[in-house]
Design a protein around this ligand. Structure first.
Ligand SMILES: [Zn+2]
Length: 280
């Protein structure tokens, strides 16, 4: 089996764990030549040792459909690390790269990484509940323009330029909708003033944006916006609002609610140890 980029990024998470002082227990189980890690799909090298599969025999484990192989086979070094409580609890809202890990817990950080994703490969996960398995179940990003994210049980691809276009076009869309309803140029609304109050989130054209992705009206456009977009006067670039997926609307929610969107990344949670640590 050709090694995929999945283990590479999980190795990045592993290196990040090593870089932050975590101890790696050496594998103790023989692996079958040509076999792969049942969680991430890492192709075992000849002679490489694996670890006891932590999902084996667990009555609470219900992510078997996401596994790449047999549930009783040994798992790889990276997966035994990301199975641990630190990843399940403390690193459940993060981006993992080969260089380290960054938090995406806040709107500001989510907005930054959605608009300025890191160099691939990377894994973008946001847990919605405690002890969700996220990393090994999330496809690895290989592009900065179209990349997968996982939000709790929901995984899918988002398009960076589509999200950015919708965000930048939002004030113009809302003004055009107001003009459309007024039958001519409507009063120009003042841009929102910066404030710590939650009510100052940027106005948007949706009935609801739900950060947990469960509300049935999440990502549904308001009726007056829908009416405008269906009218002959709607500019073609506004069609982007008809093309957004639920996950892209989730991303827009973070962007609309961000108090500041930095051009450069925040400090990492943890930096990857040198790759030589793998051989230690
Ligand atoms: Zn693995």
């Amino acid at each position: 089996m050709k090694p995929s980029t999945i283990p590479a990024v999980l190795t990045g998470a592993w290196l990040a764990a090593v870089g932050s002082g975590e101890t790696i227990t050496e594998g103790h189980l023989d692996t079958v030549p040509g076999s792969c890690c049942p969680l991430c799909g890492h192709a075992f090298r000849p002679g490489e040792k694996g670890h006891t599969n932590p999902s084996n025999g667990s009555v609470t484990f219900n992510d078997a459909p996401s596994m790449k192989g047999g549930c009783t086979d040994p798992v790889c070094d990276a997966c035994i690390i990301i199975w641990g409580k630190r990843f399940l609890l403390n690193l459940s809202k993060t981006i993992a790269t080969l260089q380290g890990m960054w938090s995406v817990a806040s709107n500001n950080d989510r907005a930054h990484f959605l608009l300025h994703p890191p160099e691939p490969p990377f894994v973008f996960v946001v847990g919605l509940a405690k002890q969700q398995h996220l990393f090994w179940r999330t496809p690895v990003a290989t592009s900065r323009d179209v990349f997968p994210i996982r939000v709790g049980p929901h995984a899918g691809f988002v398009r960076r330029k589509t999200i950015e276009s919708a965000w930048r076009l939002t004030p113009e869309l809302l003004q055009l909708v107001a003009d459309h309803e007024a039958g001519g140029p409507a009063k120009r609304s003042a841009p929102p003033k910066p404030s710590k109050a939650a009510s100052t989130a940027q106005p948007h054209p949706f009935i609801r944006l739900d950060r947990d992705l469960v509300h049935p009206q999440h990502g549904i456009l308001k009726p007056n916006v829908r009416s405008f977009l269906s009218s002959p006067g709607a500019p073609p670039q506004m069609r982007v609002f008809d093309q957004l997926t639920a996950l892209e609307c989730w991303g827009l929610a973070a962007i609309y609610n961000a108090s500041a969107i930095a051009d450069s990344p925040p400090p990492p949670i943890t930096t990857a140890a040198p790759a030589t640590a793998l051989a230690a």
